[in-house]
Write a protein that binds this ligand. Structure first.
Ligand code: PLP
Length: 287
């Protein structure tokens, strides 16, 4: 703990347990204690620790070609994008890869600006990440207040309240962002018609419907994406956490007319779609 305090910033507080290895759902600390891991890297290690397929894919890739940048294509990035496209069930889906959930939501935020509008509706108590744009979407005052002023034009309404959403969404709304099931706020499932109503209000007003599946994606609700229970199709899906099988990997998937809003030069990430991270992502899906 003393070493942590001397070398690291205080943003996480000081952890009291140091983990050194893991296998499946069990982790071991530096004192030799074993634990059944219910945290799973905060909803991330969907295949457990040291899954043989992920270990094999990552080891092979890092020994072959560890990084290429986005000046070049790579088979893994293409294969994983095609897999994700297939999983959406929509051939129009186009993928942007990044490294985290906050970055996926930042990308969605930027994409929505390409509609020519800037107003956004999000929900109270939501969590969309901690970078300044993602924090502006996040609906938790304790996380937002120390960092004001945040982005302008973002209105927060109670989660699960279709009437409040209907009142908030106007022709000036660029995007609406919701978690299909609230994660950090507690596992809160909205009324069964909520996402269907949001789909209609967005269609009526020409707003993008962005579904943050960072925590509820990659099979964690039984479907690939956490919104599938509703039967709707979003304009944008954001993913991270379980996507990379334990490696840093995020994605912003845009569908339909939203999929062509970004033009060359509009957005980017040095590590986004990195061959090793996408190798891990690809093998995680296969499992
Ligand atoms: C729903 C949701 N969106 C976004 C994020 C941010 O993801 P990251 O911590 O990878 O930036 C999280 C993280 O907990 C999340 O639960």
């Amino acid at each position: 703990m003393k070493r942590w305090q001397r070398a690291l910033q205080d943003n996480y507080g000081t952890p009291t347990i140091e983990l050194v290895s893991g296998k499946g759902s069990v982790v071991k600390d530096s004192n030799g204690n074993t634990y059944l891991d219910f945290l799973a890297g905060i909803a991330t290690n969907v295949l457990g620790h040291a899954h043989p397929a992920v270990v094999k894919a990552v080891t092979k890739q890092i020994a072959t070609l560890g990084h290429v940048s986005n000046f070049y294509a790579h088979p893994n990035v293409l294969e994983l994008a095609e897999k994700l496209q297939k999983m959406t069930g929509d051939k129009s889906a186009r993928v942007f890869f990044c490294n985290s959930g906050a970055e996926a939501n930042e990308a969605a935020l930027k994409l929505s600006r390409k509609t020519g509008k800037y107003k956004i509706v999000a929900t109270n108590e939501s969590f969309h990440g901690r970078t300044m744009g993602a924090l502006s979407l996040t609906g938790q005052p304790s996380k937002r207040n120390p960092f004001k002023p945040l982005l302008k034009g973002i209105k927060h309404v109670p989660f699960g309240d279709s009437s409040a959403m209907k009142r908030a969404i106007t022709k000036k709304t660029a995007m609406v962002i919701v978690e299909p099931i609230m994660g950090e706020a507690g596992v809160i499932v909205p009324p069964s018609d909520y996402l269907k109503n949001l789909r209609k209000y967005c269609d009526d007003n020409g707003a993008l419907l962005v579904i943050d599946c960072v925590q509820t994606g990659m099979g964690r609700t039984g479907d690939w994406f956490g919104y599938e229970y509703s039967g709707i199709k979003p304009d944008v899906i954001t993913l991270a956490k379980g996507l990379g099988g334990g490696l840093p990997l995020g994605a912003m998937i845009a569908l339909g007319s939203a999929s062509t809003l970004f033009a060359a030069g509009d957005h980017g990430s040095t590590f986004g779609g990195n061959p090793v991270a996408t190798a891990a992502g690809e093998d995680s899906q296969a499992c």
